[in-house]
Design a protein around this ligand. Structure first.
Ligand code: NAD
Length: 310
């Protein structure tokens, strides 16, 4: 049973696409929702308050409670205002879905510092500004759920998306640390790597025939991402420090594993030739562990070496 009665959630980028569906679902399950969206073009240009307003109306028409917010997550004051909107107008803040995003495609060699910075500022800086403001509220109440929209493009790579991929992968690092620091305060933090048919897909694919006929595009219904995100935002979810991919109804954990590797003989001075010789062991993906922090990696190495870590 997943229930949001009495809870307040913030969803950024909730005026359309995946964010709109997260907001509608959370409201249907009883949450009061801050529907944030500045309403820009896919590359971030422009603004339109009508998007957030329309989703608030949809929630209200269905009998739910929502308030609109038009602030940009890329502005530190804007992100703080989003959190303030939740606390001042809806009374508290239980869950944040950091989903707002922009998208452009540029070959790596042509990427300009301005394009790099713009992508980073919405996805990674925006995630940080929003999460920090929310974290302070959540720490005070001893409870909170954070869900960041990352991307398989970031975790696995995607051509023409160096700026987008770097920002999305950065959110995994951000979420990992929030999960560790927030654990003692009842705060859980995870990321989702969604696939959903939205304007991000239609405007990127462009070709009407492909949009109409590609089987993959038919099966990545955005509604299929919603249950995973809603679960990660719920009180019932005790998972933290995890990443999950939601692709066409296939839900799967995405993790960074650490191979067992090759341990050079104690007191030896390994050479590049030794590395080449032991490359199969060094590069082997199995067996592996999934360290919960840098300390778990260090402890495991110290154990093998028979030395104290601290
Ligand atoms: P979308 O373009 O349909 O919606 C994104 C929304 O974010 C827009 O309404 C936009 O106005 C809003 N937004 C942009 N910048 C903002 C800002 N600074 N402040 C507030 N709002 C802002 O995109 P979508 O496909 O629904 O994607 C949602 C999230 O999921 C994004 O972070 C995206 O990168 C990520 N994602 C999507 C896919 C996919 O297949 N659709 C895949 C991987 C990751």
């Amino acid at each position: 049973m997943v229930d949001f009665a009495g809870q307040v959630a913030v969803v950024t980028g909730a005026g359309r696409g995946l964010g709109r569906l997260y907001a509608l679902s959370l409201a249907q399950l009883g949450a009061s929702v801050v529907v944030n969206d500045m309403g820009g073009a896919m590359n971030g240009d422009g603004a339109d308050r009508g998007l957030a307003d329309a989703v608030v109306r949809e929630v209200e028409d269905a009998g739910g409670v929502a308030v609109a917010s038009y602030d940009s997550v890329a502005d530190p004051a804007g992100a703080q205002q989003i959190v303030r909107t939740a606390v001042e107008r809806l009374g508290r803040l239980d869950a944040v879905i950091s989903n707002a995003g922009i998208f452009t495609s540029v070959p790596f060699e042509d990427l300009t510092p301005v394009e790099w910075e713009r992508m980073r500022s919405v996805h990674l800086d925006g995630g940080f500004y929003l999460a920090q403001a929310a974290y302070r509220v959540m720490k005070g109440q001893g409870y909170g759920r954070l869900v960041f929209a990352s991307s398989s493009g970031g975790m696995f790579g995607q051509p023409l998306e160096a700026h987008y991929a770097a920002a999305k992968a950065g959110l995994v690092g951000l979420s990992n640390v929030i999960a560790i620091e927030g654990a003692a305060h009842g705060i859980r933090s995870n990321t989702v790597l969604p696939f959903g048919f939205s304007r991000m897909v239609t405007e990127t694919v462009g070709d009407p025939e492909a949009l109409e006929n590609l089987g993959f595009l038919q099966v990545i219904r955005p509604e299929l991402v919603v249950p995973l995100v809603v679960f990660l935002a719920a009180r019932e979810c005790e998972l933290t420090h995890h990443n999950y991919s939601a692709c066409a109804g296939r839900y799967a954990r995405v993790f960074v594993g650490l191979g067992q590797g090759w341990l050079a003989p104690t007191d030896s001075d390994p050479t590049a030739a030794d590395i080449a010789e032991h490359l199969p062991e060094i590069s082997a993906a199995e067996p592996f562990t999934i360290p919960g922090s840098i300390f778990e990696e260090v402890l495991a190495v110290c154990e093998r070496l028979g030395v104290r870590a601290m």
